[in-house]
Ligand binder design. Structure first.
Ligand code: PLP
Length: 402
């Protein structure tokens, strides 16, 4: 099909849930993708932080090919070798003890909510069910996940929402302390609010939250769906803070492009799930786990994360230079290769359009926050190419020093 045909049929047959760019991407390699008209783009969206290894990483492709010819799916009524191998690899690289596999971030968050409630009820009684989350957070699109998400725009129209959630400002420990009550069972946070505009948790804040949870007998759930698997330059973002969650949700980059999510928990907490308490038909199927084993194995190879940190340092340096040149760039922030640039005018959409015309795909949150989530394998040369495009666009859009 031509690009126009694909777009026309999308308009006719798909539900209108997405505002899509008028591009149909048909092929990818590394940090590049091609549309159906043959145009090449540098992909700093990376499937919304999914394509951590870029497009069609040879090790992931080979693992999927081999597993596809052996066994695609069997159900969790049986033991699955790649699932066990993946669970072991994750546990050996996390400070948590057990894994439950699912298919997406929202599903991992949903499982986290269920596990926290079950644990708290068993341990403290039926009145402990409330989960405190942050304003401006994002936890996914199922009913419980949009309720956990501290942004009314995701909730409106879908009421009644499930009860048992309460919201506090992010990075405000006093407000959290104030919000804890007799019903509270857990606190759920993202180490970096990704969809909410790339807001990084302060070190004192996250450490303070951990201490508060310990003091009040609350579970700390970290939603590392976006920040996990190397995105921030550590395998998990919470490693930057020197803390450990009790429960953690993963997805996005975990499968190297294949859909897979995971819930990890401490032994004592995980024990609250008895056989029959939770399940997922597709969760942890052989193909998904083979893909994830290849992806995680690659990210954990010696030197991989060091390279991510070098690339991230270079990117931040180049963006800081851009900030000096263009007053419209108000702030550059982020952790590792999860980077945001806040503009002081609502020109984000226009900048994003112009970048696309010049062969760079980026993401925009609201009207003024540019989000960059390039593949972790992006080279410094590719970073330079992206920043050069952005500089040319900013020069054309806003003027600035040459
Ligand atoms: C993307 C995201 C989710 C939802 O993941 P899906 O796979 O889209 O369900 C949940 N939490 C965070 C922090 C995310 O970034």
């Amino acid at each position: 099909m031509t690009q126009d045909e694909i777009i026309a049929q999308a308009d006719q047959y798909l539900m209108r849930t997405y505002g899509r760019f008028p591009l149909a991407l048909v092929r990818g390699k590394g940090a590049y993708v091609w549309d159906a008209a043959g145009n090449r783009y540098l992909d700093f969206v990376a499937g919304l932080a999914v394509n951590a290894l870029g497009h069609c990483h040879p090790r992931v492709v080979a693992a999927i090919r081999a597993q596809a010819g052996r066994l695609l799916h069997v159900s969790n009524l049986f033991h699955i070798e790649p699932q066990v191998q993946l669970a072991r690899l994750l546990v050996e690289n996390a400070a948590l003890d057990r894994v439950f596999f699912c298919n997406s971030g929202a599903e991992a968050v949903e499982a986290a909510i269920k596990l926290a409630r079950k644990y708290a009820k068993m341990r403290y009684g039926p009145e402990r069910y409330e989960i405190i989350t942050a304003l401006n957070s994002f936890h996914g699109r199922t009913l419980a996940a949009i309720t956990a998400t501290g942004q009314p725009k995701y909730q409106q129209g879908f009421e009644p929402l499930p009860p048992g959630f309460r919201y506090v400002p992010f990075n405000d420990l006093a407000a959290l302390r104030e919000a804890v009550g007799e019903h509270t069972c857990a606190v759920m946070l993202e180490p970096v609010q990704g969809e909410g505009g790339v807001h990084v948790a302060d070190t004192d804040y996250l450490r303070g939250v951990r201490a508060l949870c310990d003091e009040r007998g609350l579970l700390l759930i970290l939603d590392e769906v976006q920040t996990g698997c190397g995105r921030t330059g550590r395998f998990f973002a919470h490693e930057h803070y020197g803390i450990t969650p009790d429960i953690m949700a993963l997805a996005k980059a975990l499968g190297g492009g294949f859909p897979v999510g995971a819930l990890l928990a401490r032994e004592e907490v995980a024990a609250a799930f008895a056989p029959g308490d939770h399940a997922s038909t597709f969760g942890g199927n052989p193909l998904a786990c083979a893909a994830a084993l290849a992806a995680v194995g690659t990210i954990l190879e010696d030197g991989f994360l060091e390279q991510v940190n070098r690339t991230a340092g270079h990117f931040r340096l180049r963006l800081a230079q851009l900030q000096d040149r263009f007053p419209v760039v108000r702030e550059v922030r982020g952790l590792g290769l999860l980077v945001g640039a806040e503009l002081d005018a609502p020109v984000g959409r226009a900048v994003l359009e112009r970048c696309r015309e010049r062969g760079l795909l980026i993401n925009c949150i609201g009207d003024s926050i540019l989000r960059f989530i390039p593949p972790l394998v992006t080279t410094e040369k590719e970073v330079d190419a992206a920043v050069d495009i952005l500089a040319a666009v900013l020069a054309a859009e806003s003027g600035g020093k040459p």
